[in-house]
Design a binder for this molecule. Structure first.
Ligand code: G
Ligand code: G
Ligand code: MN
Ligand code: NA
Length: 254
């Protein structure tokens, strides 16, 4: 309860900061986007992990306020970088199942895009496989509505949930993000390597692009290249960094 009221204050004072983890094209090695990951530094409590405060935000309803702030941040920052003449990149925002299920996400997204001027095709919404466990017809409809706004849709942490292939085939997804647990052991464990390969092939069969999460070594990257994976993110290139630092990374590759 103490933490919840601190979180409420932090939201009000805009103390939650968006960090940016670069996403790269596997073939060319160039930065094609970033995933926004929240960081919370409380003046007294210190650094509080999102693994702690995101679940708290989800159970208390604060996630709706947070989600709105992150969407705004993404679009405002993205448009500012475009105005500066930086190369266009995709900004990916995590959407919790509560936000996804509430029914006003499409309106919210439209509003934020209109206010910021950020092009819809450069905004990506990441939904975890667990969000797909809501009512199937409703999920399909919500995704179709979101897709009509022009944003990209990603399925996050793929391989950890239970979505059927028939279901996946019905969803208007653009990109599938392979959960990092399959990437972590792919060089040591042949099962994980085969699973990663199978997921990449499955994604391509369904006409989705595929991104590997949690790439930490050159060896993993080389394997993923062989498997024709499209994109990757992970500590091998960079962890999530503040906006200013991400901007420098973008400038460096121009
Ligand atoms: O950033 P890692 O750095 O520690 O993030 C931990 C978890 O918190 C991940 O599952 C990530 O998806 C989630 N997370 C981080 N930022 C956000 C956010 O802005 N919204 C939501 N819903 N989840 C987030
Ligand atoms: O659940 P989601 O995929 O949105 O969360 C991404 C999480 O993965 C964040 O906590 C982020 O900091 C973390 N992450 C990003 N890259 C790596 C990596 O290379 N290795 C590990 N172990 N974690 C990573
Ligand atoms: Mn994510
Ligand atoms: Na993930």
């Amino acid at each position: 309860l103490v933490l919840e009221s601190r979180l409420r204050q932090a939201i009000k004072k805009q103390q939650l900061r968006c960090y940016y983890q670069p996403q790269l094209d596997i073939k060319t090695g160039s930065i094609i986007g970033a995933e926004l990951l929240l960081r919370w530094q409380d003046p007294e409590l210190g650094f509080i992990s999102p693994d702690l405060f995101i679940p708290l935000a989800e159970s208390s309803g604060l996630i709706h306020l947070i989600g709105q702030q992150v969407l705004q941040q993404a679009c405002i920052q993205g448009q500012a970088w475009l105005n500066e003449g930086l190369p266009p990149i995709t900004l990916a925002v995590n959407v919790s199942v509560q936000q996804f299920g509430r029914g006003d996400l499409e309106q919210q997204v439209k509003m934020v895009l209109a206010e910021s001027g950020f092009p819809a095709r450069l905004l990506e919404l990441e939904v975890t496989e667990s969000a797909l466990m809501l009512d199937e017809e409703k999920v399909v409809l919500t995704m179709q509505q979101l897709r009509e706004t022009g944003v990209r849709l990603a399925i996050d942490d793929f391989g950890t949930g239970y979505s059927s292939l028939a279901y996946l085939q019905r969803l208007p997804l653009d990109i599938l993000k392979v959960d990092r647990r399959f990437i972590a052991n792919m060089t040591a464990n042949t099962d994980d390597r085969q699973i990663a390969k199978a997921i990449i092939e499955l994604g391509h069969t369904l006409r989705f692009e595929v991104l590997a999460e949690g790439v930490e070594t050159a060896e993993q990257l080389a394997l993923l290249q062989e498997m024709a994976c499209d994109y990757y993110q992970g500590y091998y290139f960079s962890k999530a960094v503040p906006a200013e630092e991400f901007r420098r990374l973008l400038l460096q590759q121009q």
